[in-house]
Design a protein around this ligand. Structure first.
Ligand SMILES: Cc1ncc(COP(=O)(O)O)c(C=O)c1O
Length: 469
């Protein structure tokens, strides 16, 4: 021990120095830092799902909020065997930095996954990213200056909203129906932007089993969207985490396949077909765009976790990944059915919801006097959670809608969760009817037709048929 240093033991009467305690966010504290923040922090938005995660992690809460796949279904023995093989055969490499673009073996895996949906990118058009989320971020980093226009679906992936905001983009959202983004409205918006002398940098779309809408873009619309991109030389960013999680119907070609990778950039992930914890996703882009994405990734995190990429390599080498996707699809199909059944039982007659053929989400819309952000506070008191619709819009829209996830809970929990949300909604409906004297809860006609005049955002029009479908 250094004899010159004062000791603070039993025989030392001088008081021990107290660790400096940090005052928590008082207003003077905030003022102290306020002048230091970058301008973009003023428009940054918090992710609704991230905010909810702390509450929904409580065991008594039935969370229909997150987009969590059911990782408990992954066989533990294979996981142990794969990690042991890495430890025994490749420890030094798996614990080392790797190339920014990702390992060639990881790209082989990615190309195998994309081939399952009929796509065949060149290896140099692929970069391995830290989740699909980072791919969205890097694409924005490469393309977006403050004030640039991004066109997205309305509602859009709630996790993309904070990204678009943090790059100070102006996001314009195009309505959807049961066949995905309304391409007629997209064309109107593009014409309007033309008149303003503006050209969007890209159109962001989740065309298959959309998060949060649960709807899938029809084939004719896909074709037209790709045509528009070519005609106008606008990029499309296709984000496709759910394409392989189909529970019924037949597969549709991804936009990337229809376009061949000239104007459509692609974002993929292993989060929903293997594990979100490994944080392995990817982007595909033509070489000039890819070069900028790589520079952005070098600055962001040097490379995607090498250990995760080794795990991916081991896992796919077993050649059973499609069986596991099939197992997940069977589990999620019956959970989806449980949710749709419970919605029909417990939600009021004026509510509408999407009926997804795959993916993880249902989007429900309630009578317009119910604000789902307020409703969430009440639902949390009943220990049940969902994502309020506003999280899926940049503008203050979506306030009567909610996103409901059916992958993270078992059928009983889903039924109970929907029952509890239904009970909270019923209180609001009763209150509204008592105050206004109106009775808007008219039951639907016996043939299932909705009450007249009610807008059904994602319902297929009965007639006339949509020429785009
Ligand atoms: C549409 C969409 N894009 C991207 C992501 C991000 O996924 P990850 O970063 O886990 O790959 C998600 C996750 O839910 C998503 O639904």
């Amino acid at each position: 021990m250094d004899p010159a240093r004062p000791r603070h033991g039993d025989d030392d009467p001088s008081p021990a120095p107290q660790p400096h305690r940090r005052a928590h966010s008082t207003s003077s504290d905030l003022e102290r830092y306020a002048g230091l923040f970058a301008r973009r922090t003023q428009v940054m938005r918090s992710s609704a799902m991230r905010d909810l995660m702390e509450i929904t992690a409580r065991p008594e809460v039935i969370s229909l909020a997150g987009g969590l796949p059911d990782t408990s279904t992954f066989p533990r023995d294979s996981f142990a065997a794969q990690m042991t093989r890495i430890a025994q055969q490749s420890a030094a490499k798996a614990l080392q930095y790797g190339p920014t673009e990702g390992f060639a073996e990881t790209k082989d895996v990615i190309r195998e996954v994309m081939a399952a949906e009929g796509m065949s990118p060149e290896p140099e058009d692929v970069i391995v990213t830290t989740g699909g989320q980072q791919a969205i971020d890097l694409i924005c980093k490469a393309l977006i200056d403050p004030g640039d226009v991004i066109v997205a679906e309305g509602p859009t992936y709630p996790g993309a909203v904070p990204v678009f905001c943090s790059y100070e983009a102006e996001t314009r959202q195009v309505e959807m129906d049961a066949d995905g983004m309304r391409i007629d409205l997209l064309e109107e918006l593009l014409a309007e932007l033309d008149r303003e002398g503006r050209r969007p940098k890209f159109i962001y779309s989740v065309p298959t089993f959309q998060n949060p809408g649960g709807v899938t873009m029809a084939l004719a619309r896909r074709r037209r969207l790709v045509e528009i991109a070519r005609e106008r030389e606008i990029l499309v960013v296709e984000d496709n985490p759910y394409g392989l999680l189909r529970y019924e119907g037949s597969a549709l070609p991804p936009l990337y396949r229809l376009d061949g990778g000239d104007y459509v950039l692609y974002v993929g992930t292993l989060s929903k077909i293997l594990s979100p914890g490994i944080r392995v996703g990817w982007a595909c882009a033509p070489p000039p765009v890819m070069r900028k994405i790589v520079l952005g990734k070098q600055a962001a995190d040097l490379c995607t976790s090498t250990l995760s990429q080794y795990f991916v390599r081991e896992y796919f080498a077993e050649g059973r990944w499609l069986d596991y996707v099939g197992k997940l699809a069977r589990i999620y199909r019956s959970r989806r059915d449980a949710m749709l059944d419970a919605l029909a039982r417990h939600f009021p007659a004026q509510a509408t919801w999407s009926e997804p053929e795959g993916g993880l989400f249902v989007w429900a819309t309630l009578p317009d006097y119910i604000d789902t952000t307020d409703l969430l506070a009440k639902a949390l008191r009943e220990n049940v959670a969902f994502v309020p619709g506003q999280a899926a819009f940049v503008e203050p829209r979506g306030t009567h809608s909610m996103r409901l996830n059916f992958s993270a809970q078992n059928e009983d929990e889903i039924r109970e969760g929907i029952r509890r949300i239904g009970a909270v909604i019923a209180e609001q409906v009763d209150l509204y009817e008592t105050i206004t004297g109106e009775h808007r809860a008219a039951k639907p006609a016996p043939d299932g037709e909705p009450a007249p005049g009610h807008v059904l955002p994602f319902q297929r029009p009965a007639s006339p048929p949509d020429p785009e479908r």
